[in-house]
Design a protein around this ligand. Structure first.
Ligand SMILES: [Zn+2]
Length: 96
């Protein structure tokens, strides 16, 4: 019997990643290296309610759009706060 290709997925993760670049474009002074981007997303996700669903491999991400609309303000607020935290306290030395 073929192994079922289902797994748990936190949709909020995708929503936060989707909004990240959009919001970062408003903060040109913030570092965009991988470390800082992951730090920003981790901080934002810790503030947001997880939205777990069971997904099947290959399933379309149509539900993200619904969540984006529903949580837009919360996600933007959490991301903006996370961006400020990482900007003031990057994990690496400031290169400027
Ligand atoms: Zn950085």
């Amino acid at each position: 019997m073929a192994q079922a290709k289902v797994f748990l997925k936190n949709y909020m993760e995708d929503v936060v990643w989707n909004f990240l670049d959009d919001l970062l474009s408003k903060y040109p002074e913030v570092c965009r290296c991988e470390t800082c981007r992951y730090d920003i997303v981790a901080l934002a996700l810790n503030e947001l309610p997880p939205k777990y669903v069971v997904r099947e491999q290959g399933e379309l991400y149509s539900r993200i759009k619904t969540l984006e609309a529903q949580y837009r303000i919360d996600v933007y607020t959490a991301l903006a706060r996370a961006i400020m935290l990482v900007k003031d306290n990057p994990r690496h030395a400031n290169e400027n």
